[in-house]
Ligand binder design. Structure first.
Ligand code: HEM
Length: 499
């Protein structure tokens, strides 16, 4: 019989009391800092004793619905960083990111409960509910005329609903209030939820049919209804971005409610296999940011400790980053395989929605600007780690400015500026820190080579309805073999730079 079953209420009460006393004594002893650190990194075996209590351990797999468990650890980390804000710009930069874009939390709080939204924004959510079931096609057609009709009908209905239901003047007033810092009338968590909702609407309008079809891929530009352009431009300006397309933040990270639920969907009404593949994929991007909090915090703390000349503390923090990298990368390793994200559905049913591939003529220089969609290369965690290791950014500046929010870019710049890896000697504590850095590099290299192999498997699945395309690099070469060679250059190149 398991320990959990054998536990009577009385023994449970006694054990909890004894454990509670031990914890209280230990936590009020000089061991407190050590304990806080240990228990924030490893889950405590509960034997069913802590049902209903909050443990401060990161979510390692499964759903982030038990994300409340991370709140305690995150709160402690945010407080630590916030307290360091006055003494180091790397701390103030992370604090700003959390307080502003994150609405006081990380991953950012995203309020998807439209009943709490200002009335004029609720119309967008209503439209989402009407349009979402019409987006996926159970049986995709290879016939251009059929697809053209389908796309036309979807966009016409979308446009009609937007003009009937949205009071754009009111929406604009609200956005202006936010620009003026009136977060009391437009709370930041609602702003984030709304940003995600508009991003979903734009991607749905752009493709009008999932699976994405050849005809839509060949479009060069699209005239979006004002109701989807005006708020988008305003919010993009707020986040310091200038792409027509959504990004990793708007479409993936913010697509999880404050209770960890995956919210706006691509494949409403289709099979469980399709829907769960879609959700598992999206969940990685949210979870990486959940588990990333202790890593960001250790990056900041190690830099601050180094600046103070406290090498031993710096070593501890760099070691923590290495240790935390394993559960974080598990979020990827445990999901990016056929059992969780079905190869047979990902390319056609999931990836296409996140692509973009249309643009406009730049009014200043007259050149044609085409925007790409989402890619894992926009994930903050990898950019921050690269910066900490002293590697050049993977994404060129122009692409960052399109897809990586300003405060995230700023954090990475400051991490790079104060990174100290190249100042380390070979001996003593310096040598130990150096070896921890090397271990971080090794783990990243393993991730990058695994990613190269796994990405290829997913990208080579048959999708006769479309041309070769990735979400992050838009239309590729004529055939898949050439396209893969092209993509492989990025992946191999990054692997070689990861030293
Ligand atoms: C099956 C799903 C995926 C496929 C097919 C895929 C494919 C690719 C491709 C082709 C590239 C290189 C081109 C580019 O920069 O866009 C890339 C880059 C990248 N991807 Fe993915 N990706 C997938 C999922 C993910 C996930 C879940 C993550 C992490 C959360 C991720 C993280 C990255 C990163 C960080 C880069 C930049 C290069 C690097 O740092 O090594 N990808 N991906």
């Amino acid at each position: 019989m398991s320990l959990e079953l054998a536990m009577t209420p009385l023994t449970e009460f006694i054990l909890l009391s004894v454990l509670g006393s031990i914890f209280t004594i230990l936590f009020s002893s000089p061991w407190r800092p050590w304990l806080m650190k240990r228990f924030s990194l490893h889950s405590i075996p509960s034997f069913g004793l802590f049902k209903g209590f909050t443990l401060s351990s990161p979510v390692l797999s499964g759903s982030t619905s038990n994300h409340h468990t991370t709140d305690v650890i995150s709160r402690q980390k945010f407080d630590t960083i916030h307290n360091l804000s006055d003494c180091h710009e790397v701390a103030s930069s992370f604090s700003n990111l959390v307080n502003q874009d994150g609405a006081g939390s990380w991953p950012p709080k995203s309020n998807h409960d439209e009943s709490t939204w200002p009335a004029c924004l609720q119309a967008y959510k209503e439209i989402y509910h009407e349009m979402a079931p019409l987006l996926p096609a159970e049986n995709v057609s290879l016939d251009d005329d059929t697809n053209e009709r389908r796309i036309f009908e979807f966009r016409s209905l979308f446009t009609q609903l937007l003009s009937q239901k949205v009071n754009l003047a009111e929406v604009e007033r609200l956005l202006q209030a936010a620009d003026a810092g009136r977060w009391d009338v437009f709370p930041r968590d609602v702003y984030n939820g709304f940003y995600c909702c508009v991003a979903w609407c734009r991607h749905a309008y752009r493709w009008a049919s999932i699976p994405v079809v050849r005809l839509a891929q060949l479009e060069k530009s699209i005239a979006f209804p004002d109701e989807l352009t005006v708020p988008w431009n305003s919010m993009q300006m707020h986040f310091g971005l200038d792409s027509e397309s959504g990004n990793n933040m708007s479409n993936l990270v913010l697509n999880f409610s404050t209770s960890g639920d995956y919210t706006l969907k691509i494949n409403t009404g289709l099979s469980t296999l399709i829907q769960s593949s879609e959700e598992e994929f999206a969940r990685i991007f949210h979870e990486v940011e959940v588990i990333g909090v202790p890593i960001y915090s250790s990056i900041v703390e190690s830099i601050v400790a180094h600046a103070r000349g406290d090498k031993v503390a710096s070593l501890e923090h760099v070691r923590d980053i290495k240790d935390q990298l394993r559960p974080l990368l598990s979020s990827y390793y445990d999901r990016v395989h056929d059992a969780k994200i079905a190869k047979s559905v990902w390319l056609s049913r999931v990836q296409g929605f996140y692509a973009w591939g249309v643009g406009h003529q730049n009014s200043t220089n007259g050149e044609w600007e085409k925007f790409d969609g989402l890619s894992g290369n926009q994930v903050l965690l990898f950019q921050a780690l690269d910066a900490f290791l002293g590697l050049e950014a993977y994404l060129p500046k122009l692409i960052q400015e399109r897809n990586v929010p300003r405060l995230q870019r700023r954090f990475c710049e400051v991490v790079k500026k104060h990174g100290f890896r190249d100042e380390l000697g070979d001996e003593g504590v310096d040598g130990k820190i150096k070896r921890e850095f090397e271990d971080i590099v090794k783990r990243l290299r393993v991730f990058r080579s695994a990613h190269r192999t796994r990405a290829k498997v997913y990208l080579t699945q048959p999708a006769p309805e479309r041309l070769p395309m990735t979400a992050g690099k838009s239309l590729l070469k004529e055939d898949m073999d050439q396209s893969l060679l092209f993509l492989d250059q990025f992946m191999v190149g990054r692997l070689q730079q990861t030293v």
